[in-house]
Ligand binder design. Structure first.
Ligand code: 5AD
Ligand code: SF4
Length: 468
């Protein structure tokens, strides 16, 4: 593992540089940390701009059409850099989804690799370098754009039962870090591209997860976020721990003060998770439990495998917990066939649950997914209208929820300082931003924990004063 300054393997060419840009979810952000660590171990140096880089990598997202288009725009923007001999690689979900078609659409790309094949990245880099040398020897006098294209793929591993485990993760934040516990997804929700891009569901052993968590604690990390497309579908291949037991074990490690987990699927969300949060103070009082729709009819069409009643049962477990658990969710509007009545059921569900935050999306048809066969009949304008109504309703709910914290003293992890506003930035265990003022002489350090009294609330954050 590397932290801060990177360890560079001293053999080979020390001038190989790479630039990596990441799109998409936390899984992608963390995959990039592992990819960076792998490249650095192979003797590459990370640089801040495409101009400085020999190798330009994009770790891509294809969850919605817009995310996917961004990647192709970026590739088109930098095509001109091929003439300077730079190499391009597309990683992640668009790579897996589009596969070799990327070489047709963007012929300057040399590497296309899905996340299930990152284990083979080091080998692919060797191929890339060997190809470069051969091209240089054979075609030394020809312009780079005239050379026959180098095409390296990592696309065949979606059936693998192996996770991408590496000791070279280059975490960017020295205080809180991610650990992947489960990769892939077997749920096949009708709208979702993930099972096709990230492959079969596979878990790491609890032993390996705990070893990584211990190593992080030894390095001074105090907050750990367990990651997976469906963390609570976790199945220890060694059969030692359930998800709730793993969560508890990470929370009990010496030095660890906060443990988060995301994302949960309502179908697999057991009461034992709430019991663990009740029992162990380091487990954060926040659960992200995407509902997607408040209509049973739409949930069935989405193949979500639960009804609203079952979803609300899980919400009731959380509401009866000892600490007040903050609950957040994802909602899609305009799924094929969603009627005005279905939509109003989603609005009612918002009122009933009283979410602390909701991430809202317009349905976007995705390749390979079951719902692609359904007519995407709701016009974009109508999807936008529903989205706005939903966001306005949620804003009202959040205003009330945030107001309830006024007067409370909350523990925050200091994240930094906003000099212009003369405010410190903090995050609560509920995952809320709590900005605060402190006497001028207080020299607070990012990563430390302090107590703050909340004095004002906004729809998305709180303001307070340091408690001395
Ligand atoms: N269209 C719109 N939103 C989607 N999501 C996943 N797939 C789609 C899609 N095809 C949303 C879901 C998921 C979140 C990460 O992205 O709400 O929970
Ligand atoms: Fe995007 Fe899903 Fe891939 Fe994450 S897993 S990058 S959200 S498509």
């Amino acid at each position: 593992m590397t932290r801060g300054g990177y360890t560079v393997k001293m053999s080979g060419d020390l001038h190989k540089t790479f630039y990596l840009e990441t799109f998409g979810c936390q899984m992608n952000v963390h995959d990039s940390e592992k990819v960076i660590g792998t490249l650095v171990h192979e003797g590459y140096q990370q640089v801040e701009t495409v101009e400085q880089a020999d190798l330009i990598l994009y770790n891509t997202c294809s969850i919605r059409d817009k995310a996917e288009q961004k990647v192709f725009h970026r590739l088109a923007d930098y095509k001109k850099l091929l003439a300077q001999g730079k190499k391009f690689g597309v990683l992640g979900c668009v790579a897996q989804q589009e596969g070799e078609k990327i070489f047709e659409r963007a012929p300057h790309v040399s590497v296309v690799c899905g996340s299930a094949s990152y284990r083979n990245l080091a080998q692919m880099l060797v191929q890339l370098e060997a190809g470069n040398q051969a091209a240089a020897q054979e075609l030394g006098s020809r312009k780079p754009e005239a050379r026959s294209p180098l095409r390296i793929t990592g696309l065949d591993d979606r059936e693998t039962d192996k996770c991408f485990e590496t000791e070279f993760t280059a975490r960017t934040n020295p205080h809180r870090g991610y650990i992947t516990i489960i990769e892939g997804c077997d749920k096949f929700c009708a709208y979702c591209v993930v099972p096709f891009t990230r492959g079969k569901e596979r878990s790491r052993t609890s032993e390996s997860v705990l070893a990584e968590a211990r190593q992080m604690a030894d390095l001074g990390y105090t907050e750990i976020q367990l990651l997976g497309q469906n963390v609570n579908s976790y199945k220890d291949p060694a059969g030692k721990k359930s998800f709730a037991e793993l969560l508890a074990a990470v929370g009990e490690l010496p030095g660890i003060r906060r443990v988060r987990f995301t994302t949960s699927h309502p179908r697999d969300f057991g009461r034992d998770i709430v019991d663990a949060i009740d029992a162990i103070a380091t487990l954060c009082d926040h659960v992200h439990l995407p509902v997607q729709s408040g209509s049973d009819r739409v949930l069935k069409a989405m193949q979500r495998l639960y009804t609203c009643k079952e979803y609300l049962e899980r919400i009731a477990w959380m509401k009866s917990a000892k600490r007040q658990i903050s609950i957040t969710s994802d909602i899609i509007v305009g799924f094929p066939g969603e009627t005005e009545e279905d939509f109003s059921e989603t609005l009612s569900l918002l009122d009933e649950v009283g979410y602390d935050a909701v991430f809202t999306f317009k349905y976007s048809p995705r390749p390979n997914t079951p719902s692609l066969a359904l007519e995407d009949a709701i016009p974009d304008q109508e999807k936008s209208r529903r989205l706005e109504v939903l966001m306005a309703r949620q804003r009202e709910i959040q205003i009330k929820r945030y107001q309830k914290y006024i007067g409370d003293t909350l523990e925050v992890m200091v994240e930094g300082k906003n000099d212009a506003r003369r405010q410190w930035i903090g995050r609560t265990s509920h995952n809320k931003t709590l900005n605060f003022t402190a006497p001028a002489e207080s020299s607070l350090k990012p990563g430390t924990y302090v107590k703050v009294k909340a004095t004002q609330s906004f729809p998305n954050s709180l303001l307070g004063e340091l408690v001395i």
